[in-house]
Design a protein around this ligand. Structure first.
Ligand SMILES: *Cc1c(COP(=O)(O)O)cnc(C)c1O
Length: 376
């Protein structure tokens, strides 16, 4: 019996997304080996954070980098750094005394479930624009002497309603205010590791370590301006300060570094070709199941990444099928398969989260499921 079965859980084949709720991603053996080696010795954690940061910065064409426990923690610590820099006196007064700069400007179109991390840092969110549009003057009008940062959530799927990142950066910098980009799920492409900061001039960009990078699930990192990264380090463990609760271990630091190295060594174009081939296979096989059920290639995916997915239109008006019910059925099988569902009408199968040959298991599961419902 496996370690999960022993606890009454069945391992899940993931054709959904890099969802934390089902474990995020699977680490490569090389990452596990690096973590295992890191676990065998004591080491100076101040220096380790600095050296790993330098290495990640060099790999990702950034001035500096900081490792944290996930992108949510990265947002929290980035905002802390924008409020106080690395001033130990200002940091030691937290959370009781608010720094003079304690407001963070956020597009209404960018309000996401992770942004309480901004408020946890002690900042107020100042919203601009609405779901459909934001004007440049709204951003300018929102910036005051109390503004610590602009928080910008990257991704094709969130473009609508917000100013372009380029405009946001130009306005913010006119007033000397830093821009923090939430790029948690903006990999691939790997060029995004330097695109927001080096290419576009954002001051900090925050990434998850446990999504497409396949680093430790409880890791993330911030890249960008050296003084602000120094501020992140000044807030964080091993210091005994507010951000100590987001303590990152030596194993995670080393595992994340290894995962980033491997990610940059990988043949990205070859990987994309593999994804296309898997999606083409799904479209071919599942597209012939029933006349009323159309299967197409969909791009970008739910996180705005340029990764293709197969979209199964269950056409409920004609078939009476519920995407949510089929999604549940797939999860309740002997071999559970996770897929995404939308509007109770569409199912999405993604190739990027699969282990080798999982795609056949996914195909078989969907075929069996639709057969049992009389649609194959
Ligand atoms: C996943 C995600 C986060 C949180 O990342 P963790 O590494 O799980 O903390 C934050 N913002 C966005 C846009 C995300 O997709």
């Amino acid at each position: 019996m496996g370690i999960y079965e022993d606890l009454g859980l069945k391992p899940i084949i993931n054709a959904d997304s890099r969802m934390t709720a089902i474990g995020g991603s699977i680490m490569l053996p090389q990452v596990m080996a690096a973590m295992e080696e890191a676990s065998r010795h004591h080491v100076d954690m101040f220096v380790l954070q600095q050296r790993v940061g330098e290495r990640i910065a060099a790999l990702t064409n950034n001035a500096d980098a900081f490792v944290c426990t996930g992108a949510a923690a990265g947002i929290f610590i980035s905002i802390l750094s924008c409020m106080t820099g690395d001033d130990p006196a200002a940091i030691s007064r937290l959370p009781t005394a608010r720094p003079a700069r304690h407001q963070v400007v956020v597009h209404r179109a960018h309000r996401i479930p992770y942004d309480p991390a901004i408020q946890l840092a002690g900042a107020d969110i100042v919203e601009i624009g609405n779901a459909l549009q934001t004007f440049e003057w709204e951003l300018e009008a929102a910036i005051t002497d109390a503004t610590a940062a602009i928080f910008f959530v990257a991704g094709e799927h969130l473009r609508r309603g917000a100013l372009p990142l380029e405009t946001t950066i130009a306005v913010a910098h006119r007033y000397g205010v830093p821009v923090v980009v939430d790029a948690a799920a903006q990999l691939p492409p790997r060029s995004n590791l330097w695109h927001f900061t080096r290419d576009l001039g954002a001051d900090l960009a925050v990434f998850s370590g446990g999504k497409d990078l396949r680093g430790p699930q409880s890791s993330g990192f911030v890249v960008g301006r050296a003084d602000l990264i120094a501020g992140c380090r000044a807030h964080a463990s091993p210091h005994q300060r507010l951000a100590r609760m987001a303590k990152v271990g030596k194993e995670e630091m080393i595992g994340l570094l290894r995962a980033i190295e491997l990610y940059l060594e990988e043949d990205e174009a070859g990987r994309m070709d593999r994804f296309e081939a898997i999606v083409t296979g799904w479209v071919k096989r599942l597209g012939t199941l029933h006349l009323a059920i159309a299967v197409t290639r969909d791009l970008p995916n739910e996180a705005g990444q340029p990764v293709p997915r197969a979209r199964i239109d269950l056409n409920p008006t004609a078939t009476g099928l519920s995407a949510n019910a089929v999604q549940r059925m797939l999860l309740q099988q002997e071999q559970p398969v996770a897929v995404a569902a939308e509007f109770d009408r569409y199912l999405y199968l993604t190739p990027d989260t699969l282990e080798p040959n999982d795609e056949c298991i996914v195909t078989g599961a969907v075929v069996r499921c639709l057969e049992s419902l009389g649609y194959a």
